[in-house]
Design a protein around this ligand. Sequence first.
Ligand code: MOS
Length: 748
Amino acid sequence: MSPETPSQQTVRFGSNAGQPLTRRDGVAKVTGRATYAADNHPDGMLHAVAAVSKIARGRVTFLDVEAAKAHPGVVEVLTPSNRLTLSHDPNDKMPPFGFRVEVLQDDTVRYANQPIAMVVAETLEAAIEGAALLNPRYEAEPARTTLENGLNFDPASVGVGAPPRTAYGDVEAGLAGAAKVVEVDYVTPPQYHNAMEPHAVVAEWDGDRLMLDMPNQALAMSCASYAAYFGIPASNVTIRSPYLGGGFGSKAIINGPQILAIMAARMLRRPVKLALPRAQMYGPVGHRGRTWQKLRLGMDDAGHLTALHHRSISATSSFDDFLEPAANASLPLYASPAILAEHKGLRLDTGTPGPMRAPGEASGSAALEVAMDEAADACGMDPLAFRLANYAETEPGSEKPFSSKALRDCYEQGAERFGWSSRPLAPRQMRDEDGFLVGWGMGTAVFPCPQFPASGRATLRADGTALVETAGADMGQGAWTALAQVAAEALGLDPEKVELHSGVSTLPDGGVAGGSAHTASAGLALHNAGAEVIRELSELATADAASPLFGAGNIGVVARAGRLHRRDDESRSESYADILARAGRRELVGKAKAARDPADAAAHAMYSHGAVFAEVKVDPDLGQIRTTRLVGAFAAGRIINPRLARSQYFGGMIWGISFALLEEAIADERTGRIMNADLAEYHVPVNADVPRLDAIMVPEEDAFVNPLGIKGVGEIGVTGTVGAIANAVWHATGVRVRRFPIRIENLI
Ligand code: MOS
């Protein structure tokens, strides 16, 4: 099957879409030539292995450091008694994201899999054996892992990390005056990022300079954080992160094991490599926190919302404050005279959660979209008709206009492609030829469009090719390709004439590869840098009497396919190479910064939108659920590369299958340890779980998000999809499951 013509997966390219080029790094990745962080082995390198706690709460009372150090390969064992003191107190939150790290501060254990020592050895085997020889003893206290035994707290009591309470109108009055009220609770589980490439670092010190090979979504920010911990200037830290095997948010955050490896390299004056084993990904490097969500919806006789109250109890760790901002999902989407979104905190003996694949939006949308389905059912309305009845023409509460919102088109095109109009209203009405129950459900997708400040550099070379540079990260989404396309457009060059350098922190800061904002953020910086080069080139040409463009300065020139053309007479043109040669220039360099216009940001609400339609089949005897069809229609501004955007939409929709039916980390309540901390038992979708996927790119132009009209496509696919699948399960079976993932045992 050729990747050009997938047999089952179709896509329609919107009129505002660019070329569907294949990934630049694809061949290197599939042939094994791409070097990931852990592939770097500098001379004299040592191997580090973290010893992690087997209890979730208590103290470490004994570590057999002597036994470990007696191992012939072991060089050092880092424990709370000999570790370096960091320049930034690890108990203090590190701005801007505000996370604490666990770096052997003391003998306290706060979660299972917390690092309690780090063994450094000449070989990986010796380090593993050394860690095993530590034979820790503990004083254990009961682990708190449930809603019942966790500690409640008010998020207003913490600073960074807690979502605000947002209220418009009078929710209680809206509910009191409603013709129908739906009040429902949903539970979403702890989920772990599980990027294919676990966290890794190779740290090498040269005096006070630090070289780090590590997968990283936030290069500049991370350099600043590491510099603060080790008391050196940020410019002394270089992070090389050319390839990432997935990030999902966890690689934007500093974590304890990586800092310990850097510390070991400093103490021992040798390079140190740490590659976390899969099991150690379940604890110290973030996860999506569990939520208990309550929604209360009031509707009038015509099915209009009179009130929308969304409360999430979001779990965090005992020692930090990141709360999944799930209730915020109810703020931007449906019109209601009263909306209240609020969060409560619950402290559990787990590692600290953090941003993961649409943090807040995914869990919140799962609950909201099922609640909307339940509300539609209570009103006797079709779920799509119910959503259209509550369509927000302006942002609820703020009443700001949307910078663009082609959601109606998404509903229409998605429903049409799916065949939604023939859906029976009542559940349990459809069967396939094998007797399986068939159900159809839908959900609305929405995701904000942040844009991070970013910088870029463009260099036009004498041969008419260009180099563009920005310190971004390609986690697999295709950034190298899409960013080169954006730059090529500004430079008036074919993309193959544009080389892109990225993935190392010494380049201009490309911002964070997160928040679905990388293409917009780094893209605009490269666009501006390219435009700067073309401006300089135009000045050279139009001021040169020997150029066919001489004197066209006021008329203007057009850059296309490596030539500048007079705007008023495009037959008069000259190649970039000729202009540079005559001017005696080896190259032209343009540097630029980019950020969202604050006035545009203040005046508009900015979101990508979409509609997802799902078909499931359920075995009536066994309760086994299969997603058989997913159609997503998304409007996300201008699409730079429809092939890559389609992959992002598919990826997000597959996360949705995963959230709805598969993913859950299960803690043993007696010990607080996660029982399924591996890819055999922590379920993620495999090919057989992924049905026919269809992503429609709904054309949308946006004049306000940024001058390029680029929104974001990375995370929106999961929103809408989870609810669509859950609603389809209800439609197939008549059983409303209010916990995720939906399991066989919930249906029979
Ligand atoms: Mo993400 S959770 O925006 O990397």
